[in-house]
Ligand binder design. Structure first.
Ligand code: ADP
Ligand code: ADP
Length: 239
């Protein structure tokens, strides 16, 4: 469960990226945050894992992950419970597929490959199982991340994000760099692998058709405000 209570975020310079947003996303929901560039989607998602800082005296509101209020004091704990997938995949190019996924077990550390090789067998096995689940078999485990296609890199990033079994997953425009066919396969994979685990998903998108096809619920944003919140069928009927 993720709860936003009256969130307002103003960046230095005066841009109000989020304007009084309240939202509660229940366990297991695949919630798409829909909006064009600049709507505030990324700023909202990043408030969940503290990458958007709510500054005392400037910003308003509270974000909760389960029973925990996101704050500098709880950040380490929150980040272990919130996985993230990015538009540009954010893999370590020089590391193998396997090592990139293993790195998901230690989100706060940047590890050289020599250390990654020392991961216990159960974690290595888990990484293999996750990679198989996202469609990357053994022949891919020791390829360098930089050699993969965009779709394959995003599959690795999803496996990495699931290494700690996070109850919450943030996906910030996860298919914006991919072609339409690959986009659909990645969203299908995200929906399938999170539904089977009961993960709460916040996924930002700018494509209405993809939101309608894959979301349990659509929250549409414009200029930092929520302008629609409801099931995809209702948004589709609005035209
Ligand atoms: P979206 O993800 O929907 O494209 P963003 O959340 O990235 O939107 O941005 C919302 C607004 O906040 C935009 O006007 C953007 O320019 C502004 N913004 C985002 N990040 C920063 C920042 N670090 N500093 C100043 N303004 C920012
Ligand atoms: P996916 O198979 O994850 O949907 P894509 O549709 O992006 O990935 O790519 C299809 C196939 O094209 C991949 O299996 C991959 O082998 C190949 N491919 C595409 N781009 C590259 C690249 N830059 N480097 C290596 N292989 C690539």
């Amino acid at each position: 469960m993720v709860t936003f209570r009256n969130i307002t975020k103003t960046f230095p310079g005066g841009t109000r990226a989020i304007d009084n947003v309240s939202l509660s996303v229940p366990p297991g929901q695949f919630c798409v945050i829909l909006g064009s560039s600049g709507a505030g989607k990324s700023t909202l998602l990043r408030a969940v894992n503290g990458l958007t800082e709510l500054q005392a005296g400037v910003d308003v509101g509270e974000v909760r992950v389960g029973d925990t209020t996101v704050s500098p004091r709880t950040l380490r704990d929150v980040r272990r419970r919130v996985g993230m997938v990015h538009q540009q995949f954010n893999l370590v190019a020089r590391l193998t597929v396997m090592d990139n996924v293993l790195a998901g077990a230690l989100p706060e550390v940047s590890l050289p490959r020599t250390l990654l090789r020392l991961f216990p067998r159960d974690l290595r096995r888990k990484a293999c199982v996750l990679l198989a689940e996202v469609g990357l078999g053994e022949e891919h485990l020791y390829r360098k991340a930089s050699k993969l296609s965009g779709g394959q890199q995003q599959r690795v990033a999803i496996a990495r994000a699931l290494m700690l079994d996070p109850p919450v997953l943030l996906a910030d425009e996860p298919v914006a760099s991919l072609d339409p066919q690959t986009s659909s396969s990645i969203l299908e994979l995200l929906r399938h692998s999170t539904r089977s685990r009961g993960t709460t998903v916040l996924c930002s998108l700018h494509q209405v058709d993809l939101a309608i096809k894959f979301a349990d619920r659509i929250v549409a944003m414009k200029n930092g405000k929520v302008v629609f919140d409801g099931p995809p069928e209702v948004l589709a009927a609005l035209g």
